[in-house]
Design a protein around this ligand. Structure first.
Ligand code: AMP
Length: 282
């Protein structure tokens, strides 16, 4: 395993590998790695000669300084996990000033409306921060393929659009959500859950399954939304939003139109810890 911190070094190494005919997969992460992240790494290892994993808690995508300060950072454990996954990994640990070339600020992007709902509506500037760091990382790594989890489905769609609009020669590869046995979507933030909160948290997935059941029975999106909101009134989790939207444009759905796929999306707080999840329901 080789560890890089400077963009010029990772870029030169990847350039040489590409000149030697090797394909490069890229897995960007914010660390505190769990099996969900490793599923992305494994898929990249299967599909490419070499894989670059980056670990960088990107400051420009946090709208809440407290969330940024409390984000789990366990680099040594992460490096150990990666070493066990594959000895030939290239690990990129960017330094903010170097990656951002001295200007650690988000740029503005036209996300084609994909940022107007859900995470974009509740976390101001979040997707500009994501798009900025992903562009900088793509420029530094220049991979053939990049792997993103459906856990952050809205992010995945925003990145697909970014790649299309900026003509990045990168194939975006989605990876399904990895869950704990009780259904809780794996997340670095789960590390911060207290024991009672951890017991409550699978409720999020249970309500997504309920939404799917209701959709399958023919219930309309608005009524499903109403029913799910009511369920949270009796729960210790605080619902921030529950939305049903089509997968392609992420427009809140009034009806389920035939031939389109729809997902339910949730953000809920367990104490001060914000959890998100989603599920295809139709
Ligand atoms: P993060 O470190 O949270 O920024 O996540 C890095 C990448 O891993 C993103 O593409 C996430 O969508 C993906 N990811 C995080 N958790 C999961 C999960 N439980 N299942 C699948 N992908 C995940």
């Amino acid at each position: 395993m080789i560890v890089f911190t400077l963009r010029k070094n990772i870029r030169n190494t990847v350039k040489k590998l590409k000149e030697a005919g090797k394909t490069i997969g890229f897995v960007p992460t914010m660390g505190a790695l769990h099996p969900g992240h490793l599923a992305l790494v494994k898929k990249s290892l299967e599909e490419n000669h070499r894989t670059v994993v980056s670990i960088f808690v990107n400051p420009t995508q946090f709208d809440n300084p407290d969330d940024l300060a409390k984000y789990p950072r366990i680099l040594e454990r992460d490096l150990h996990l990666l070493e066990q996954t594959d000895k030939d990994l290239l690990v990129y640990l960017p330094l903010a000033e170097d990656l951002y070339e001295g200007n650690v600020k988000a740029k503005s992007f036209d996300h084609g409306g994909l940022d107007r709902v859900m995470e974009g509506a509740y976390r101001r500037g979040h997707f500009d921060g994501v798009a900025t760091v992903v562009s900088l990382l793509f420029d530094a790594v220049q991979p053939h393929r990049a792997y993103f989890g459906e856990k952050d489905f809205q992010q995945l769609q925003i990145i697909r659009r970014l790649v299309e609009s900026q003509n990045y020669p990168v194939d975006i590869r989605p990876v399904p959500i990895h869950r704990e046995k009780d259904g809780l979507a794996m997340s670095s933030r789960n590390l911060r859950l207290t024991e009672p909160m951890r017991k409550e948290a699978p409720f999020i997935y249970q309500t997504l399954l309920k939404a799917k059941e209701m959709a399958e029975k023919g219930m309309k999106p608005d009524l499903i939304k109403e029913n799910i909101s009511l369920l949270y009134e009796k729960s210790p989790l605080r619902l921030e939003y529950f939305e049903i939207a089509d997968e392609e444009h992420l427009r809140p759905a009034e009806n389920f139109e035939p031939g389109k796929n729809y997902r339910a999306f949730i953000a809920a707080y367990a104490g001060d810890i914000r959890l998100i999840d989603n599920l295809r329901i139709k």
